[in-house]
Design a protein around this ligand. Sequence first.
Ligand code: S3P
Length: 190
Amino acid sequence: MQQTPPIRNNIVLIGFMGCGKSTVGRELRRLLNYPLVDMDAIIEERAGKPITRIFEEDGESAFRDLESRLLEELAAAPATAQIIATGGGVVIREENRERLQRLGYVVWLSSLPEVILSRTRHSQERPLLHADNPATRIASLLAQREPWYRQSAHLTIDTAGLSSREIAGGILESARYFFAGRPHVPCTKP
Ligand code: S3P
């Protein structure tokens, strides 16, 4: 009989730009006292420049390479018991979708396009939304990515009308059931 490979004891937040991954990540950190790994921040630190400049100077695919390499490291590292906030495009590459599955309990924070638009409208930090018509850009990226978010997630949360505290509380509760029911790598400090 084939054995299910053990899953790392992390909570991984995925979802489109502006869906609240960082805010909910901080709330989970407060509740659990686990370290918060913000993938975009690590990529910026390694590159020595903000994401907008990585896109401008090196191109999107260079950014995706950095993102994939970091995800691979996280999926291979012995450290568990972390909260991992991913960038919205992490699901684009198939190998990343596979890595997410090994990395921990994957939660998709989902929001409506109009909510995403209002949350990202004034952001200068998201090069993919520097478009003449950000609403159209959001709609087309969402249409492309939603099947990948759905396929990668163990849990989907429609964030409409919920506070980040309520979302984090729901994630904690369901993560307990999830990890109780399957083999997982026991917690080690990162
Ligand atoms: C991206 C989302 C961003 C960042 C980069 C690309 C995307 O992260 O990784 O600008 O492709 O959706 P957030 O989802 O944290 O904004």
